[in-house]
Write a protein that binds this ligand. Structure first.
Ligand code: KG4
Ligand code: ZN
Length: 328
């Protein structure tokens, strides 16, 4: 079974091809250089870049996988959540491809896609899953490969959004998250005690208070200890996530925890989370870094499980649900 996954929800144009659970190719074109001068994503430019790149990326993905277009058995595409102008490039491309090949089309939720690379390894359900990305912080109770129940979400800034905004306060260039992580390497994480918004009794998250605390700290003290600020911020976010996950485990006593999303590329967070929970007998699954950022292979992998569970495919219609109308 050869499946192609198409991802254009934000600022990466990506197509991945899998054969059963083996990744044959996963081509990612990142638009960072386009958006860098503006310090953030410009939706109109993102849309135009996707349009320019999608066909060459498709051809590259086919040739790297060493297959022809006729070998494709099923097509998966992110149709939600994301920027409308970005989704509206990938989805019609996928619909056209599926229609012309007369193959099944699956419309995929990007957040489920972020979790799917964990299913390359064997473990027992149910488990808990956390997606921490630029647009979302979503906690799921996962009953099987395709059955996700949302049990917590951010009430304000997404985790990656907080990283990006704090990076801007620290005058770091776009993209903020990885630059902040680099700066934090040289800092003392105990220097500043930023808040840890645990929100007792709730599995929801709130990160805007930490961001505001960094803003006022810098306003008062300036940027001279920016590495310490970055390290302390990263620690307060990580402590908060570990605490919220512990609270979730009390309510949903599972044996494993899976992760996804761009933020979990952060090595400090990967190490701290693993260390804390493995000591307590919880198995932690975190995809390799190339499968944490937005990519087509994760969409193909989630599609594989939809096919396996015999979930009906979609009609050949262009149906996108951008972030504003999405329920996670
Ligand atoms: O999942 P993703 O690639 O796109 C969305 O679906 O949003 O996540 C992008 C987010 C950005 O906010 C970026 O700053 C953050 O992931 N990120 C990081 C790191 N690498 C990427 N945040 C913290 N540390 C990193 N190393
Ligand atoms: Zn993402």
């Amino acid at each position: 079974m050869i499946i192609i996954g198409i991802e254009t929800s934000c600022d990466e144009t990506s197509i991945g091809i899998i054969k059963d659970l083996k990744i044959l190719s996963n081509i990612v074109y990142t638009q960072d250089m386009i958006h860098k001068p503006f310090g953030g994503i410009v939706p109109e430019l993102a849309s135009r870049e996707h349009l320019k790149k999608i066909l060459p990326i498709f051809q590259k993905a086919l040739s790297k996988a060493d297959i022809s277009i006729k070998d494709i058995d099923a097509i998966g595409v992110t149709n939600s959540p994301g920027l409308k102008g970005s989704l509206i490039i990938g989805v019609p491309f996928a619909v056209g491809l599926a229609y012309s090949l007369k193959k099944p089309l699956y419309l995929i939720d990007h957040l489920y896609g972020h979790i799917a690379p964990n299913f390359l390894e064997r473990f027992e359900f149910p488990c808990l899953g956390l997606v921490i990305s630029g647009g979302h912080t979503s906690l799921f109770y996962i009953k099987n490969n395709v059955d996700f129940q949302l049990i917590g979400r951010t009430l304000d800034d997404a985790c990656g959004e907080a990283f990006d905004k704090v990076a801007r306060i620290l005058t770091l260039p776009y993209p903020g998250g990885p630059n902040l992580e680099n700066l934090a390497l040289g800092g003392n994480e105990k220097k500043v005690n930023f808040p840890r918004p645990y929100l007792p009794g709730s599995l929801n998250f709130s990160f805007s208070g930490i961001k505001t605390a960094v803003f006022y700290h810098v306003k008062k003290q300036g940027l001279k200890n920016s590495a310490d600020i970055a390290a302390s911020f990263q620690k307060s976010i990580t402590d908060t996530i570990i605490k919220k996950m512990s609270m979730a485990l009390e309510k949903y006593p599972v044996k494993s925890f899976v992760f996804g999303g761009g933020v979990i590329q952060n090595q400090y967070m990967r190490d701290k989370i693993r260390e804390y929970f493995e000591k307590r007998g919880i198995r932690i699954f975190i995809p390799e870094k190339s499968l944490c950022m937005d990519n087509g292979a994760m969409i193909a992998l989630f599609t594989y499980f939809l096919v396996k569970y015999k979930i009906p495919s979609s009609d050949y219609v262009i149906n996108v649900i951008p972030t504003k109308f999405h329920s996670h």
